[in-house]
Design a binder for this molecule. Structure first.
Ligand code: NAD
Length: 283
């Protein structure tokens, strides 16, 4: 067997596109960078029309939109703060004006504001809860209203709508120094499971995807130097960092009818981070 140091960093399988999401309308929040950007591009590659939500970086959002358009897909970008009820409602109205409806919501926008607990300010606590948890609530509520109004359109999808919330391994792994973040993701887990239970009879599916360590701007300090990367690998049995595409492929599949009987799950995409790697040597 290879020593894990000799393993390639990432192996991307060749996935021919199957037009799994043809005719579907998707909204991805926080889609100008990282995981959201990759999810938007993957959904479009499977035939969905995609709204790129962003908060600050208009140019980056524009580039994601242009990438999709240059591949023949339809895309628009909409600026909105997901923690603002008025801005979320205006974003959905603009999406319906342009695309008519919504079939897939990917609640991806999120942030961290870290501090030792005794120094954490109420503003730091509130900001993370507002964006990571309340933002998912506000967007999910608008999407569910539309899914219930419209119902199933069988030639589009077996479901009346799909929501995928991006959670984190920290929905189950406690995280010192990041109490606000872990609390928000624990909330995301039960938000999505409870919505799933409530709306399953309407053929609406609601799931979470819980990433481990993914190479994006949010956690750059954890992978940008070889020392940091090697330390991070102590937490990852699969011995490579995740790439945004690892999450994008999972989200795309969960949004498709290939996953039609799946609702209310948190799917960990984490290279085994939730397997208690400290116990690998016998505990
Ligand atoms: P990222 O910083 O690249 O992406 C987060 C995006 O959310 C950014 O584009 C940011 O502008 C946007 N955003 C922030 N506040 C917003 C607001 N109020 N309204 C709208 N958009 C807002 O980092 P990422 O890693 O791609 O993060 C995406 C999601 O994945 C987050 O929910 C994050 O918690 C989650 N996640 C990431 C990792 C990881 O290792 N990268 C692990 C677990 C979970």
């Amino acid at each position: 067997m290879n020593d894990s140091n000799e393993l390639p960093n990432v192996v991307m399988p060749h996935c021919p596109h199957r037009n799994l999401l043809r005719g579907q309308k998707a909204l991805v929040t926080g889609a100008s960078s990282g995981i959201g950007k990759s999810v938007a591009v993957y959904l479009a590659q499977e035939g969905a029309d995609v709204v790129i939500n962003f908060i600050g970086d208009k140019q980056a959002a524009h580039e994601v939109m242009e990438t999709i358009r240059s591949n023949g897909g339809k895309s628009i970008s909409i600026q909105a703060d997901v923690s603002s009820e008025a801005q979320v409602q205006a974003m959905f109205a603009q999406m319906f004006d342009n695309f008519g409806t919504i079939d897939i919501l990917v609640n991806n926008a999120g942030l961290q504001q870290d501090a030792p607990f005794h120094k954490m300010t109420l503003a730091q606590w509130q900001k993370v809860i507002d964006v990571n948890l309340t933002g998912q609530f506000l967007c999910a509520r608008e999407a569910i209203r539309e899914f219930k109004r419209r119902g199933v359109v069988p030639e589009i999808s077996s479901a009346a709508g799909k929501i995928i919330g991006i959670s984190s391994v920290h929905e189950v792994i406690p995280w010192a120094g990041h109490v606000n973040y872990a609390a928000s993701k624990g909330g995301v887990k039960m938000l999505n499971k409870s919505i799933a239970q409530e709306v399953a009879p309407y053929r609406i599916r609601v799931n979470s995807v819980a990433p481990g360590a993914i190479r994006t701007p949010i956690n750059q300090s954890a992978w940008e130097t070889p020392e940091a990367y090697n330390k991070l690998m102590n937490l990852v049995p699969y011995k490579r960092i995740g790439e945004p595409e690892d999450i994008a492929r999972t989200v795309t599949w969960l949004a498709s009818d290939d996953a039609d009987y799946i609702t209310g799950v948190s799917l960990f995409v984490d290279g085994g981070m939730t397997l208690y790697p400290g116990f690998a040597e016998g505990g």
